[in-house]
Design a protein around this ligand. Structure first.
Ligand SMILES: [Zn+2]
Length: 348
C-alpha cells in the first residue's frame, strides 16, 4: 500500500516537472537535486516575487523568505505574488508570499520571516542556506549580504531594477568578483529608487528571470555554466552591457583583505527613537538636494521645503529631511519601518 502510494506520488512529481526534466541541463537528476535544495531570499518585492515564484514552480525544495515590509496597492503593478486582498489587509509580504507559493506548489517548504536583515540577526536568518538571493531594494542590505557571503563562502546573486534598467551578477566567493570588488563603496548622495524614479514591471521581471536561471544552475550543480559577469540592460533605450567579473579583485577589502565592516554595522545609518512616536535616522554622508527631492516626492504625498528642511507627508507618516541626509520620521516607533521608508523615498 505504502509502496503504491509512493509510486503515485513520484509519477505526479514527474508530471508536474516533466517539461523541465525533458530539458537537458536539468534531467531527472537535476530535478532530484532541486527537490533537496534550499535557498534564502532576502526581500520579496518585485524582483523577489519573480525569483520566488519561478523557483517554487521549478521545485526548489525549501525556501526561506525574509522581508520587512507590508503589501501596499502601489506594489501590485510589478510584485507578482500579491493581490488586492493582500494590500487591503496590509499583510506582511513574507506571509502573503508564503501563502501564495504554497498554493502554487504544496510539495515544497516555505519559511517566511517577517524581519529586517541586520548585522545582529543575519547569522540566524541565513543559517544553513547555501544560496542567497537578493530581492532587496537597497545597498545597505546588499553590502551586508556580500560581507556575510564572502566571509562564509556562500554563493549569492545580486539583482536590481529601477526605471527601465536592471542588472544582475553571480557572486561565488573565491571564484568570481564580489560586490565590493566591482563597487568598493556604496553609492553616495541621492540614489535612484523605484519610488523616486518609477519602474517598469518588465525590467524587474527580466532581471529576476536571469537571476532565477543562474540560481537553478547553482542548485543542480551546473556551476560551469554560470555567467561570470555583471550584466545590465535598459529595456527602454535598448542598451546592454556586460562587465567581466570572473575573478576576485586584488586588494578587494572583502575577498582579499578579509575585512567585513558591514557585519559590524558600519555603513548603516544610526537610528534612534526620538519623542513618543518618531524615529531619527542619522545619516552623515548623504547630501540631499531638497529642491530636486521635492520634485521626486511630489507624486507620493504632500511636500514643502525651504533651504534648510523638507517636509513630506504621506499617511500615516510625516518625514522631515535635512540637507545632510538626516531624517526624522513621525508616525512610527519601529526602526525597521523607518529604515524601509527612508530606503524607499530617499534611497540608500
Ligand atoms: Zn571582492
Amino acid at each position: 500500500m505504502g509502496e503504491r502510494q509512493e509510486t503515485v506520488i513520484s509519477l505526479e512529481l514527474e508530471e508536474r516537472y516533466s517539461r523541465q526534466i525533458l530539458f537537458d541541463g536539468i534531467g531527472p537528476e537535476g530535478q532530484r537535486k532541486l527537490r533537496s535544495a534550499s535557498a534564502a531570499l532576502v526581500g520579496c518585492g518585485a524582483t523577489g516575487s519573480t525569483l520566488a515564484s519561478l523557483l517554487a514552480r521549478a521545485g526548489v525544495g525549501r525556501m526561506r523568505i525574509i522581508d520587512r515590509d507590508y503589501v501596499e496597492s502601489s506594489n501590485l503593478q510589478r510584485q507578482s505574488l500579491f493581490d488586492e486582498a493582500d494590500a487591503r489587509e496590509s499583510l506582511p509580504k513574507a506571509m502573503a508570499a508564503a501563502r501564495k507559493l504554497s498554493a502554487l506548489n504544496s510539495e515544497i517548504v516555505i519559511e517566511p520571516q517577517v524581519a529586517d536583515l541586520t548585522p545582529t540577526n543575519i547569522d540566524a536568518l541565513l543559517e544553513g542556506a547555501p544560496l542567497i538571493l537578493d530581492g532587496t531594494d537597497n545597498f545597505e542590505t546588499r553590502y551586508l549580504i556580500n560581507d556575510f557571503a564572502v566571509k562564509n563562502s556562500r554563493t549569492w546573486i545580486y539583482t536590481a531594477a529601477v526605471g527601465s534598467y536592471g542588472l544582475t551578477m553571480n557572486i561565488v566567493p573565491g571564484q568570481t568578483a564580489c560586490l565590493a570588488c566591482v563597487f568598493p563603496d556604496p553609492p553616495q548622495g541621492m540614489v535612484e529608487t523605484c519610488e523616486n524614479r518609477g519602474i517598469l514591471n518588465s525590467a524587474a521581471h527580466l532581471a529576476a528571470s536571469l537571476a532565477a536561471t543562474e540560481a537553478i544552475k547553482v542548485l543542480v550543480g551546473a556551476g560551469q555554466q554560470l555567467r561570470r559577469s555583471l550584466l545590465s540592460f535598459d529595456l527602454w533605450s535598448n542598451q546592454r552591457a556586460e562587465v567581466r567579473a570572473d575573478q576576485p579583485r586584488l586588494g578587494c577589502r572583502a575577498c582579499d583583505r578579509r575585512e567585513f565592516p558591514h557585519l559590524g554595522g558600519e555603513g548603516r545609518p544610526h537610528i534612534t527613537l526620538c519623542g513618543r512616536n518618531s524615529v531619527q535616522i542619522h545619516e552623515r554622508h548623504r547630501p540631499v538636494d531638497l529642491a530636486r527631492m521635492s520634485q521626486l516626492l511630489k507624486p507620493h504625498g504632500t511636500v514643502r521645503y525651504n533651504d534648510f528642511v523638507l517636509k513630506f507627508w504621506r499617511e500615516p507618516y510625516e518625514m522631515t529631511l535635512f540637507p545632510d541626509g538626516r531624517a526624522i520620521i513621525k508616525g512610527t516607533t519601529d526602526t525597521a519601518v523607518a529604515r524601509s521608508l527612508y530606503a524607499r523615498y530617499i534611497g540608500n
